[in-house]
Design a protein around this ligand. Sequence first.
Ligand SMILES: Nc1ncnc2c1ncn2[C@@H]1O[C@H](COP(=O)(O)OP(=O)(O)OP(=O)(O)O)[C@@H](O)[C@H]1O
Ligand SMILES: [Mg+2]
Length: 236
Amino acid sequence: MNEMVRAEGLSAVYNEKDEKPVLDGLDFSVREGERIALMGANGAGKSTLLLTLTGVLLPQKGALVVNGIPVKKENLRELRRSCGLVFQNPDDQIFMPTVEDDVSFGPRNYGMDEAEIKERVEKILASLGVGELKGRLAHHLSGGEKRLAALAGILVMEPVLLLLDEPLAFLDPAARRRLIAVLEELPQTMILSTHDGDMARGFCSRCIILRKGRICADGPAGEILACPDRLLQWGL
Ligand SMILES: Nc1ncnc2c1ncn2[C@@H]1O[C@H](COP(=O)(O)OP(=O)(O)OP(=O)(O)O)[C@@H](O)[C@H]1O
Ligand SMILES: [Mg+2]
């Protein structure tokens, strides 16, 4: 299987002046088709790692290669095409006035045919159970509706690496089930941050635990999450 991600000694900071990096020398790789749950206490660095994988935050030290593309400023456009991030906060993601415009934005930006865009957008919104949101103003949506619209905007691009930051947050039980059913059908490599042990165990094959910007465990989700004492130790 091909390698989708390789990180070697990866460090990242938000401010160059900070003494301690937010991601502190991470070493890991991800094979094509894996589904990884990224877990850890609040502030452990999960969102930061997802931002770094898409080059929203550039690595400070070390090497990071995603889908064969080194994460560097000059490669960002190419990188964004193969790797899609659904942000923790949908307000950071949605910026077009209507849901339809917003979900169409990515495909339009990459020059997809208008008829195909329309078809894809309708299909993805319907699969997430929110077909009726198409014409709605994005800033009038509820938290869960916004999250689903933001997800649609990334899924519609069919990125080869799908990064989801707390995908279940804001969603009601039915919307959670629908989302998991949609994700189950996708062949893509996925890395998702979650505080939900059931999703990590049920949906992901592997779990990486972050603690204070370092990897403290990495292995099969069932094994990693089996020991309550260790989970407490890791702040979970
Ligand atoms: N824009 C920013 N500028 C400076 N520091 C930041 C910024 N965003 C996050 N941090 C800091 O980086 C560290 C890691 O934050 P991050 O958001 O990656 O944590 P997380 O694991 O996603 O937590 P949560 O479970 O709360 O979402 C925290 O100490 C946080 O305060
Ligand atoms: Mg986070």
